[in-house]
Design a protein around this ligand. Structure first.
Ligand code: HEC
Ligand code: HEC
Length: 315
């Protein structure tokens, strides 16, 4: 597809060493008594369970093999059960934190950002390790990993080095300057819930345009339309009342009476409907406070100028 050609350019930039160091504030992530029950809550919100379980073929939980479509081809999530051979049973806590927060593989090299560590980089150690405790309490499965079916040059893992150098800032985003419920909402939206992975438009190299947070995109990662969920009154969800948004996040029913479809239906079913009231309200308060961005993704723009086209690709 057209996104591929320019991505060859990014290949030409040479591999740069990547250092993983970051200061994190600790966030008390989830309600619950034990590490394992907090871990389950967090694994649901973060989508770890849905993305690592191949429900289409009725596979067992966390066994991987789920197809994730992208402009580069299909990725298949790996087995992350505690199996010693084909899962992550022999991983240390450090290995797990490095993978989830920085996208670094235990034996060196990087993960594709389809595993949304670009958002998880702002998760706290405690939350990441609680998820690990819950994973360790699951049944090990010996399912081998399926190879990704992606085209060159994306299939060349080494290109992730330059890509990250250009587009991945390992520094976690700080939310602690916000009042409590907004900080919690920001953490849920930007880190755990990784809403921006779909709702924030991307440049031609597949990196999120951070200035257009949640402003939607005509073609999301899977090719589907991703609505503008910034609080713009005309093109976003600025006209939804707080209770409409809360109701939507719990049920998938929009203020106009339609049910939401595609990826979002799954996110509500597997993740958002399990959230506490406080967490859902925090998400809706935060969405209300971000910068409204006029971006009409439902209408194709007529004749963009060259400047607009370049801006659209790059910025
Ligand atoms: C959108 C789908 C998606 C979501 C959500 C997701 N992952 Fe993944 N994950 C992947 C894919 C795809 C890979 C493989 C990436 C690669 O090959 O570079 C992966 C890789 C991993 C790995 C490395 C496994 C190995 O064998 O090297 C771990 C560990 C992991 N994910 C844990 C998690 C956890 C924990 C969460 C939730 C916090 C999570 N994932 C959420 C898709 C996802
Ligand atoms: C995997 C991609 C993906 C992720 C992650 C995602 N969404 Fe969505 N979202 C969609 C798609 C696709 C739609 C449109 C579905 C449709 O066409 O009915 C949508 C629709 C919505 C809508 C309805 C907007 C409208 O105008 O109809 C809201 C609100 C929303 N998402 C909020 C969120 C929030 C909050 C998060 C994070 C907790 C999130 N989404 C994460 C893909 C995603």
């Amino acid at each position: 597809m057209f996104v591929l050609a320019p991505s060859i350019l990014s290949l030409l930039i040479f591999l740069i060493a990547f250092s993983a160091s970051s200061k994190l504030f600790s966030f008390d992530g989830a309600p619950g008594e034990s590490q394992v029950s907090r871990g389950l809550y967090l694994a649901k919100v973060a989508g770890c369970i849905s993305c690592h379980t191949d429900t289409v073929n009725n596979s067992n939980i966390l066994g991987g093999g789920r197809e994730i479509k992208s402009p580069y081809g299909s990725f298949f999530s790996p087995n992350i059960t505690p199996d010693l051979k084909n899962g992550i049973g022999n991983w240390t806590n450090k290995d797990f934190i490095k993978a989830v927060r920085y996208g670094i593989r235990p034996k060196g090299g990087f993960y594709y950002p389809v595993f949304p560590y670009t958002s998880y980089k702002s998760m706290s150690d405690r939350d990441i390790l609680d998820i690990k405790s819950w994973i360790e309490a699951q049944k090990p499965l010996s399912e081998p990993n399926k190879p990704h079916q992606i085209s060159f040059p994306a299939s060349w893992r080494n290109m992730l080095g330059p890509w990250r150098w250009l587009f991945f800032d390992e520094e976690s985003t700080r939310f602690d300057f916000l009042p409590d419920n907004l900080a919690r909402g920001a953490y849920l939206v930007e880190a755990l819930g990784h809403c921006g992975e779909c709702h924030t438009p991307r440049n031609m190299f597949g990196a999120q345009k951070s200035k257009k947070l949640l402003a939607g995109s005509r073609y999301g990662p899977s090719g589907n339309l991703m609505p503008n969920i910034s609080p713009d009154k005309i093109t976003g969800i600025g006209k939804w009342t707080e209770s409409e948004l809360v109701f939507f996040l719990k049920t998938g029913l929009k203020p106009n009476g339609d049910y939401v479809n595609n990826e979002m239906a799954e996110i509500i079913q597997n993740s958002l409907q399990h959230l506490s009231d406080y967490d859902i309200r925090s998400i809706s308060s935060y969405l209300n406070r971000i910068k409204p961005f006029y971006n009409n993704v439902r209408v194709r723009p007529k004749n963009m100028s060259i400047e607009q086209t370049i801006e659209n690709w790059w910025d």
